[in-house]
Design a protein around this ligand. Structure first.
Ligand code: FDA
Length: 305
């Protein structure tokens, strides 16, 4: 089922036709407050009032020209300003291909520096998302160069990739900020753990080692997962070494396990919700369905009156 959904996420015909269907548009609302920046910021306000901080990302398709990357930069400059004006503790998270990684790595870096500097001036952190494995190395090189000039920046790493342990060791001298996630793409066995228990074990091992290795350094870790058992396992294990809950942050997607987001907040964890918005939501939504095929039942129920 997961593979079928991930295939459907990439299929051109489905990408063009499914998003037009009303039941799909209704179903996606569970994970996305709306297509506009206003929808996203409005959804952030009540969360921030509760103490759940926010992050924002605009869903995007592959870019067809470098000029489109300029439009993405202009959009996120506005997002940074709007977050600052709202008084929220929000931050932005951006896919490197949206900044031009497919066209020109130097242009992509210049765009990332522009956004990171603007975010830092507004007192905000700037995050780089991680895409499929074709982009892993170029995204890490991008981050190494970005971090050298813009310290308030972080990168997402995927626990399902076998290379991630080495990547964390490689980044450690930079005192990195890492958002660790399990990984959302369909990667082959040769480079990725494919079974749930292997991915979870990798996630726990990477998080614990990073927190222990970086304990005397100004590193930052965000646990980007809805797997509460895994979060608590990591928390218990590092607590034995005197590492408290304020040494890392829990990050979940808007609309997923909201009850747990509130419960963890009450239990003393720092919790952030990543809010996605934008018109190009189809492949992203299919990846969310692939993570939990039970959500298909929810999507299908939207067909009924
Ligand atoms: P897992 O899938 O094992 O889920 C654990 C439990 O959480 C499930 O049993 C279920 O109860 C609940 N749950 C999980 N997903 C759900 C869903 N869609 N609907 C309802 N319940 C659900 N990936 C990537 O490759 N690159 C990236 O840049 C990012 N960025 C990112 C940022 C943040 C803040 C988050 C939370 C996630 C990402 N991801 C990502 C996605 C990530 O790789 C992963 O696919 C999802 O988080 C799902 O995995 P979990 O860790 O939640 O565990």
């Amino acid at each position: 089922m997961r593979r079928v959904l991930l295939w459907a996420a990439r299929d051109r015909w489905l990408k063009e036709h499914l998003p037009r269907m009303r039941f799909m548009r209704r179903a996606v609302r569970r994970f996305m407050p709306g297509e506009t920046l206003d929808d996203a910021l409005s959804a952030g306000v009540p969360l921030e009032r509760l103490g759940i901080t926010t992050a924002y990302t605009r869903l995007g398709e592959s870019l067809e020209s470098p000029a489109e990357a300029e439009a993405v930069v202009a959009h996120y400059l506005e997002v940074i300003d709007r977050i600052q004006a709202s008084g929220m503790q929000g931050e932005i998270s951006v896919k490197p291909t949206q900044l031009g990684l497919d066209f020109d790595a130097e242009v992509c870096l210049a765009n990332a520096v522009t956004l990171a500097n603007h975010a830092a001036a507004a007192g905000q952190f700037f995050w780089i998302d991680m895409e499929g494995s074709a982009y892993t190395e170029s995204t890490i090189v991008l981050y190494e160069k970005l971090r050298a000039v813009a310290p308030q920046t972080g990168i997402c790493l995927q626990a399902y990739l076998r290379r991630s342990a080495a990547d964390i060791q490689r980044l450690l001298p930079l005192d990195p900020a890492i958002r660790l996630v399990k990984g959302a793409y369909d990667e082959p066995e040769a480079i990725a753990f494919r079974d749930r228990s292997g991915v979870s074990a990798s996630f726990a091992g990477l998080a614990i080692r990073f927190l222990l290795d970086g304990r005397d350094r100004p590193i930052k870790l965000s646990l980007g997962t809805h797997d509460v058992g895994l979060i608590e396992q990591i928390a218990d294990q590092v607590a034995q070494s005197g590492i408290d809950r304020d040494a890392y942050e829990i990050e979940m997607l808007y609309g997923i396990r909201e009850d747990q987001q509130k419960r963890l907040l009450k239990a003393g964890y720092q919790v952030r919700a990543l809010i996605s918005y934008g018109e190009a939501w189809y492949p992203w939504y299919m990846r969310r369905l692939a993570e939990r095929p039970a959500n298909i039942g929810f999507a299908l129920r939207q067909i009924l009156p």
